[in-house]
Design a protein around this ligand. Structure first.
Ligand SMILES: Cc1cc2nc3c(=O)[nH]c(=O)nc-3n(C[C@H](O)[C@H](O)[C@H](O)COP(=O)(O)O)c2cc1C
Length: 209
């Protein structure tokens, strides 16, 4: 399947059959999430990978008992950093310097630009900003899953405070905003498995100049 065929094949799977995703496919999906772009490249979020059934069991009531939680092979939970600060920027500058073999001093303008953005934003604005980056990673994971012929469900139907509590995310400086359940569709149980895709017509979706 080409990319468009894969995107037509995928749907937000409501029921999964519990089958495990092969490690190679899982790694490819995680690679795509890692390759997602972010503002300045800062990547101000962490992705929690849940495969342990006991952890899924704990999360289920916080996700309104949506069946995909327990029936998935893996759950990716996208959690923006709560307290984005200059220390994060300095660590990132060091990573660029090491990866590209350049002195960290050469990155001072970039560092100041990101630090300025942080300084001029409220904690709420920073949370929204970091969440946007996390949603881009969600999108990359969704598309990669489709390419790997792995079913998935993007999810924000959960109680963030409950999920944070269940995983101890607050203590790690994180706050969950969205999830990606990954697995295999249980077509006979899933009323959406054979439903036609509904999308706004291109004439309405796009405005061209
Ligand atoms: C950010 C986001 C959150 C969503 N949350 C849920 C969810 O909690 N549970 C669910 O079953 N589907 C959820 N969906 C799936 C959407 O309902 C679905 O993507 C949409 O109806 C389009 O259908 P399709 O993805 O099957 O093409 C979510 C989708 C997105 C993008």
């Amino acid at each position: 399947m080409n990319l468009i065929e894969s995107l037509e094949w995928r749907y937000a799977t409501k029921r999964m059959n519990g089958e495990q995703i092969p490690e190679e496919k899982m790694n490819n999906i995680l690679d795509a999430v890692q390759l997602a772009p972010s503002s300045y490249g800062l990547t101000p979020y962490t992705v929690i990978v849940v495969q342990d059934p006991t952890v899924k069991e704990k999360l289920s009531p916080q996700c309104y008992n949506q069946p995909q939680i327990k029936e998935s092979s893996a759950l990716l939970i996208f959690a923006p950093w709560k307290n984005i600060n200059d220390g994060h920027v300095d660590t990132y500058m060091q990573e660029i310097a090491t990866t590209r073999g350049i002195p960290v001093e050469a990155l001072v303008d970039l560092a100041n630009s990101i630090k300025g953005k942080i300084k001029s934003s409220t904690p709420e604005e920073l949370h929204v900003w970091a969440s946007k980056q996390a949603y881009i990673a969600l999108g990359f994971g969704l598309a990669a899953a489709a390419v790997e012929a792995i079913d998935s469900t993007p999810m924000e139907g959960f109680n963030p405070a409950g999920v944070n509590e269940a995983l101890g995310l607050e203590a790690k400086g994180l706050s969950a905003v969205c999830m990606l359940a990954l697995g295999y569709r249980d077509a006979p149980q899933d009323y959406l498995a054979n439903a036609k895709k509904v999308r706004r017509d291109k004439e309405k979706l796009f405005i061209t100049f």
